[in-house]
Design a protein around this ligand. Structure first.
Ligand code: AMP
Ligand code: MG
Length: 315
């Protein structure tokens, strides 16, 4: 995890110099692909290690990435094509009886950029293959069922990329911070969440969980912008300030959520989110890696291709 340096601009030290000097000396045939600017793959650089101090995270850091914003945006555009191709394979796999799926879980306080990830990362793939669901305060109907009911209903069907904007983890976040359940009750959720996710993984779903972490200063700026701009007012909720006042409690809740619900079946990745371009690039990498891990080819034709060509030629 990227630790807060003493006094830092947030940029990983020497990243720019490293990139440009390498470019200068590299022989022509060794010109680096943009992907090479990951000095450590995102899935390694961001994977939560139990016991890490979340309060020491540098929210403006760019862990694993040795390039700057322009290179990051260039790589994201290139990855977008790969991501779309991989997602189409997944969709084709589902259409032909396959049972695999991918679930991207996004957590993070208001203004951490969850919606931006949905628009800019998930937005790069074909929407017909995406099952997106945002989880807010449970509705009356949802409250009549156990808390996993609405989650189960929103799980991606085979062949789909599921995206959760907030999730079942709110049961150990807002529920804890706002004391919506007694301690004894919400404490049980850690093991319930893990058992649930093991079951989902066993059914063929690759789970990728990303927590976006924004600094208090950056959050204030983003909230101010929401208040300043009429086109952002719809995103603002007066309760956002209440959440801001409870940031220390949220920090403790996130710390324990990460420590207790990051598992082999459903690991957490912690993404510094003060630099939106980095958070988007990082989640793109995590998602691309998850889809690649399925190793799906194109389903073979269930008809005689030569015969169909001949039939078409006759028309
Ligand atoms: P937003 O993401 O801005 O649409 O806000 C959704 C709101 O729903 C947030 O304030 C969350 O804290 C709240 N929320 C999400 N899940 C739960 C839950 N299980 N119980 C209570 N509140 C929740
Ligand atoms: Mg909100």
């Amino acid at each position: 995890m990227a630790k807060k340096p003493g006094k830092s601009t947030g940029k990983s030290a020497g990243s720019k110099a490293g990139t440009s000097s390498k470019k200068g000396v590299a022989p022509k045939d060794a010109v680096r692909e943009p992907g090479d600017l990951w000095s450590t793959p995102a899935q390694e650089a961001l994977r939560w290690v139990r016991g890490t101090d979340l309060s020491a995270l540098d929210q403006a850091a760019t862990p694993g990435w040795s390039g700057g914003r322009a290179e990051g945006e260039a790589l994201m555009a290139a990855r977008g094509q790969e991501l779309a191709d991989l997602q189409e394979r997944l969709f084709a796999h589902g259409r032909t009886g396959g049972d695999r799926s991918v679930l991207l879980v996004l957590q993070g306080i208001d203004t951490s950029g969850k919606g931006g990830i949905v628009r800019h990362v998930v937005g790069m793939v074909d929407p017909q293959g995406v099952m997106h669901r945002g989880f807010g305060v449970p509705t009356e109907e949802e409250r009549e069922h156990d808390y996993l009911w609405r989650i189960r209903n929103a799980l991606p069907r085979p062949g789909f990329l599921g995206v959760f904007d907030r999730s079942h983890h709110e049961q150990v976040l807002v529920v804890r911070v706002d004391r919506l359940e007694p301690v004894k009750v919400w404490r049980k959720h850690f093991s319930e969440l893990n058992a649930f996710e093991s079951e989902v993984a066993a059914s063929g779903t690759v789970i990728v969980k990303a927590t976006l972490v924004v600094s208090p200063d950056e959050q204030k700026k983003r909230l101010a912008k929401r208040l300043e701009r009429p086109d952002k007012h719809w995103k603002y909720n007066p309760s956002d300030i209440d959440v801001r006042l409870k940031l220390p409690e949220y920090l403790a809740a996130y710390q324990e959520m990460l420590d207790r619900t990051s598992t082999k079946d459903a690991p957490w990745y912690v993404v510094p989110a003060d630099r939106k371009w980095y958070a988007r690039l990082a989640v793109t990498e995590l998602l691309t890696d998850a889809l690649r891990s399925l190793d799906l080819g194109w389903p073979p034709a269930d008809f005689d291709v030569a015969a169909e060509k001949a039939r078409l030629a006759e028309t």
